[in-house]
Write a protein that binds this ligand. Sequence first.
Ligand SMILES: [Zn+2]
Length: 114
Amino acid sequence: MSATITYRKTRQGEWVACGPAAIVRPHQLIDVTRRDGTTRPERVVSVGRVFQAGGQDMVYGYLDRTRHGLPASRTAAMCDQCGERRAVTTASDMSGIPGQVCGICARSGGLSFA
Ligand SMILES: [Zn+2]
C-alpha cells in the first residue's frame, strides 16, 4: 500500500496535495511527490472531505501559499509545477489548459495540468 502524496489541481485552479488522511493533516509538513518523482516539502493549511481511493481514506490537503512572505495577490506569477516565482511565463499543456511555468520546468518536460 502506497503512502505517496501527489499534487492535484482543483477546478478552481488551485494546487492541492492528495494523500492518505492519516498523513495529510492540518499543520503537518508533508513531502509531496511531483510527476518527475522528486518531492517537495509543503505545509498543509487545511484538508477537504475524506474520500475512498484504492481502499484507503484519502483527502485533499490545501497548502500554504503565503510562504516567502509574498502577498496572495502575486500567486498568479508562480510556476504551477514547482512554485518558482522567477522567469515564470504563461504556457499551455497538451490539453490546451493555460498555466504558469518557470524556465526550469519548461525545459524538464513541460506542462501537465490534467
Ligand atoms: Zn517550475
